[in-house]
Design a protein around this ligand. Sequence first.
Ligand SMILES: Cc1ncc(C[n+]2csc(CCOP(=O)(O)OP(=O)(O)O)c2C)c(N)n1
Length: 325
Amino acid sequence: MPEVHVPVARGDGALRTAAGRYRLMRLSRRFEETVHDQHGEGQVPGPLHLSIGQEAVAVGACAELRRSDAVLSTHRGHHHCLAKGARADRLMAELLGRESGYSRGRGGSMHVAIPSIGLLGTNGIVGAGLPIATGAAYAMQAQDRDDVTVAFFGEGATGTGAFGEAVNIAALWALPLVFVCENNQYVELTPQDVHVAGEIWRRGESHGIPGVRVDGNDVEAVREAAATAIARARGGGGPTLIEAVTYRWFGHYAGDRAAYRDSREVDSWRARDPLVAARAALDDAEADALDAEVEREIADALAFAQRSAVTGPGALAIDHLKETA
Ligand SMILES: Cc1ncc(C[n+]2csc(CCOP(=O)(O)OP(=O)(O)O)c2C)c(N)n1
């Protein structure tokens, strides 16, 4: 199978520059726009949750991570995968149900796991990444590594028991864990003030966990907060809770027209496009060149996925026979 040229090798410091961060935000947006189109054409078997408008959170939070660090993701996880170093082509193939996908096309959007780059799973169960993140962070601590785990979750997950358990154990054992609440202000079709009590960034306070709220549309603000939290965790200082306030531009899932939201509210957040702010840090010629590179990478990724065989039950049976032989 022909290899796609990937100009920026993520997970090895490429996100340490403003250009690298902008490039990945742009790639994340174009990736999801492309997958959304494919979904419209019936090419994505399974549900799809887009994070368009939230690009600064994943990129900022992962900017200082190493390949050996771990990330736990959610049902809305494409940006987290790309920021941790997933290849756009193999992720695209996974979402299109193709054999060259990361889970050979059998997992889809909510069951991507790429252990080789520390992406320990997107997850269809709200809050379910949090206990896994706690376990990963405990393993790092028990093995005396100075690696950290970043757990992404939505504000809806703060209402789960799993969140309370993870926060308690992470604090008790001073685990190298960074909690990143990606607060896009809606939990499925419901605004957060209907069922999230109190201040999310202060949820760890009684456990002694420092918390901070940042503008989740400002990649530099997210990166700075994450850098502080990651350094603290690497140095044995324990967990931090970051609340990154942002907004999803589209519905909860591809196909949800989000009629429960006021269009003026949506417009006001679109006017605060995180990509525009990140682009402003670069000169136009550099940004244009990066945009062109991203277009090539996305076109190559889609072609790569489309060239690959569609996965199916037959493939499952073949593997099963191999494993039990
Ligand atoms: C334990 C559990 N309860 C309910 C659901 C149905 N569900 C899927 S996504 C979602 C909303 C999650 O909201 P949030 O955590 O804020 O993430 P967001 O969708 O806003 O990114 C719900 C309730 C689920 N998948 N798992």
